[in-house]
Design a protein around this ligand. Structure first.
Ligand code: PXP
Length: 239
């Protein structure tokens, strides 16, 4: 049975659209936990475009399940993580101009850097996940750098323009998950997953956790946040 962690970034996106104080991602996190989610995720970006420092600190104080801080592997974020101690961090690439995280980390480009950041997290007692494309080479290097978890980037699969493309891109995910499983590293997956495209993952019991945000926030507009979380839990708990 896979776990579900809820990314609350886009609750903050709606708040930021008006520069007001609602909707509050901290309140959303509480509702997600009430609905049964196993974890809460937020991405503190360098430009603070959605989640801000106040959100992260309050989430740290209020989340009762597991708090996962998505962050770039840069000094500022390492300091924030060490100071506030989320249960885990997910290292992601970050570009200022992107709408959302566009791809996995290129761990092979800077293995020593990522090894050092992973070590800093471990020393602070924080678990480390590496967000990587479904690519066995990246997964292997992430593992060698000390990743406790690899999160497979599912965004390219989610964006497939046809069924044939979706099938091909999903095959890459299957191969990557098999490679990660052989290394005995914990596996999670996320980005762009929704109530329809997630169903294909029922054949991959090796994936222990799903990290999902946007589709749940979008569904919440129609059915409410708790119900939107429950609907996704009903799917992933049957994998
Ligand atoms: N995993 C990672 C590493 C991400 O950067 C994101 C987006 O913030 C997600 C999962 C969730 O993606 P989505 O909001 O498309 O469900």
């Amino acid at each position: 049975m896979a776990r579900l962690s809820i990314n609350v970034d886009h609750v903050a996106t709606v708040r930021q659209a008006r520069g007001s104080s609602t909707p509050d991602p901290v309140f959303a996190a509480g509702l997600a936990e009430l609905a049964g989610a196993e974890g809460i995720i937020c991405h503190l970006r360098e430009d603070r475009r959605h989640i801000n420092d106040r959100d992260f600190k309050l989430l740290r104080q209020t989340v009762k399940t597991r708090l996962n801080l998505e962050m770039a592997a840069v000094e500022e974020m390492v300091e924030i993580a060490v100071a506030h101690h989320p249960d885990m961090v997910t290292l992601v690439p970050e570009k200022r101009q992107e709408l959302t995280t566009e791809g996995g980390l290129d761990v092979n480009a800077r293995p020593e850097h990522y090894r050092k950041v992973a070590e800093q997290m471990r020393t602070a007692g924080i678990e480390v996940s590496f967000f990587v494309d479904p690519d066995a080479r990246q997964i292997k290097t992430a593992h060698q750098c000390g990743a406790d978890i690899v999160e497979i980037h599912t965004g390219h699969y989610a964006e497939a323009a046809s069924e044939q493309e979706a099938v091909e891109r999903f095959k890459r995910i299957v191969t990557a998950v098999e490679a990660a499983h052989k290394l005995d590293v914990n596996i999670s997956a996320g980005h762009g997953l929704d109530y329809v495209n997630v169903k294909r993952f029922s054949v991959l019991p090796q994936i222990e956790e799903y990290s999902i945000g946007h589709s749940i926030v979008a569904m919440a507009i129609w059915v409410g946040f708790e119900q939107a979380v429950r609907k996704m839990l009903d799917l992933v708990r049957n994998f």
